[in-house]
Design a protein around this ligand. Sequence first.
Ligand code: HEC
Length: 171
Amino acid sequence: MKTTKTISMLAFLLTAMVFVQSCKDDDEPEPTTNNEFVADDASFAGWDSWDLIDTKNGIDPSLSGAHAGNDSTAVRKIYVKDAQKAINGAYPTGTLVVKHMKSDSMEMITAMAKRGNNFDAVNNDWEYFVIMADGKIVVDNGTTMRGSTGLMNGMCVGCHSKATTDYIFTE
Ligand code: HEC
C-alpha cells in the first residue's frame, strides 16, 4: 500500500515536471493581458529588425547622464516588437521595447519587457534589462542584469516612472 502511494506520488511529480518543462519549451508567448511573460535570451533576439519608432541624437539634459545623455556623439534608437502600442494607457503583457545607444566611446543596449502578473505591481509590472547585440541578457560578475527596483538600485524604474504613458517615454 505504502509502495503504491509512493509510486503514484512519483508518477505525479514526474508528470508535473514534464509539464513545467514543456511550458518552458513553448514558443515565445504572444502579448496577452493575463499571463506572466518572463523574457529570456531568445525574447530579444533580432531586436534590430523590430519597428524603429524613434531616433535621437546628441546631448539630452533630461537624461541626466543616463543612456549616454551627455554624449554629443550618441545616437539612440528605440525599437518596439510588433509595433505594440499602449491600449487605454497601458501596454499589454509581453510587450518588448529595446533602446540601442551608440556613441564614439560607448555602446549599450537596454530593454523593457511587460512582465505582468504583479511582478512589480506598483510600477506597472515592467522588467528592465541590459542586453547584448545578440539579445542575450548581460551577466555582470555573476549578476544577471534584469529586474525592476532590484536592478541598479532601481535607477531604471525610478526615472521611467516619470514617463506619461505606462513608464514608456517614446510613443
Ligand atoms: C534619468 C532617466 C533615465 C534612466 C535612469 C533610464 N532611462 Fe531609459 N529612457 C529615458 C528616457 C527619457 C527615454 C526616452 C528616449 C530618449 O529620450 O532618449 C528612455 C528610453 C528607454 C527605452 C525605450 C522606451 C521608452 O521609454 O522610450 C528603454 C527600453 C529604456 N529606456 C530602458 C532603460 C533601462 C533598462 C534603464 C536602466 C539600466 C534605463 N532605461 C534608465 C530615461 C531614463
